[in-house]
Design a protein around this ligand. Structure first.
Ligand SMILES: [Ca+2]
Ligand SMILES: [Ca+2]
Length: 116
């Protein structure tokens, strides 16, 4: 039996390249280990690599994204890669925080107010 070279060339080699303009890439099948990811319902979103170290332990744990009204900070506070804290900061200086309940998978508002 002869192995044909082209059996290996085409079929699985073509991995879609994430669109750099699309901030959130669907990575339901597999996500890079060093990226933060976020789940909402059945959807899993790859937010990209963390670039901010919010608790100064030397490990980047957060990243920011522009939001509809200001910006949002996505934080993985227990270093498992899954975002479990979102702080949304409005253009008017208000903020609100949501924390993931990892048991139920639901987001709960924990704090809100106005930045000093
Ligand atoms: Ca950190
Ligand atoms: Ca986490």
């Amino acid at each position: 039996m002869v192995m044909e070279a082209d059996m290996f060339g085409d079929s699985d080699g073509c991995t879609p390249t994430p669109d750099p303009d699309n901030q959130f890439t669907d990575v339901s099948r597999a996500g890079p280990a060093d990226h933060l990811w976020l789940s909402q319902g059945d959807d899993v979103w790859d937010l990209g690599p963390a670039d901010i170290d919010t608790d100064a332990d030397g490990i980047a744990d957060s990243l920011t994204r522009p939001g509809p009204d200001g910006m949002a900070v996505y934080t993985d506070s227990d270093a498992d890669g899954r975002v479990d804290l979102i702080t949304e900061i409005g253009a008017d200086g208000t903020y609100s925080t949501q924390r993931l309940d990892t048991e139920s998978g639901t987001w709960r508002s924990t704090d809100s107010g106005r930045l000093a």
